[in-house]
Ligand binder design. Sequence first.
Ligand SMILES: [Zn+2]
Ligand SMILES: [Zn+2]
Length: 269
Amino acid sequence: MTTWLCKACGTQFPPSDAPPAACPICEDSRQYIPHDESQVWLKWSDFLGDHRPELRDEHGLLGIGCEPSFAIGQRALLVKSAAGNVLWDCTPQIDDEVVRRVSAEGGLAAIAISHPHYYTAMVEWAHAFACPIFLHEADRKWVMRPDPAIQFWSGETHDLGGGLTLIRCGGHFDGGQVLHWANQRALFSGDTVQVIPDRRFVSFMYSYPNLIPLPASKVQAIAAALRPFPFETIYGAWWDSVVERDGSGVVRRSADRYVRAITDPGLPS
Ligand SMILES: [Zn+2]
Ligand SMILES: [Zn+2]
């Protein structure tokens, strides 16, 4: 038996002899089955054989990804708080080199992942470091590989200690969560608050690849959920997708611009 990765989204499925019949993550309207090669499954061991770790400084934090880029292409971040290290978001790239490096940094006290597109091989990480995974219960049905390490939380915020707070923003996914680090005035936003080329703004979508926007009420709810948590830096989902200053103002102005764009007949400014 082996575990399988969906090539398009990177989700890992439980051990089985044959690949899964379908990937519910990709069949959802927020993702897609690639039109040119349909559904492709990789053995996780084959993925590791074809990729190597990409470990580098990401605006002061250790970023963990892989080369060549795989699936959606996000990188994980090691957040070193006073209450222990938290892996924010996830990658299927967990091999001996990665485990050695993260262990040298003090290991992991917890894993937290913004939304189902980045669950990938979270269970492998939890097993390697004997730590819990914190997900919002509203996204329970999107977990493709259940495991006792997964702890679902409910409500609107969850305190991880060390100045770290998980905030349920919803939007892209109902259980979409972001991580606020009060001590460093930083926000880790996944796809919930999307860092875009113009670093004076961010954006929000129901589906990024399929270009389906969110309704105004959902965007306003994201901005409202973040209002009590001031931050300067916004760490997005990919390498170098970082807003360096005035993050709270960036989100506030971007939500206003977005709502104008989808409700006013004129062009946004
Ligand atoms: Zn998939
Ligand atoms: Zn996503």
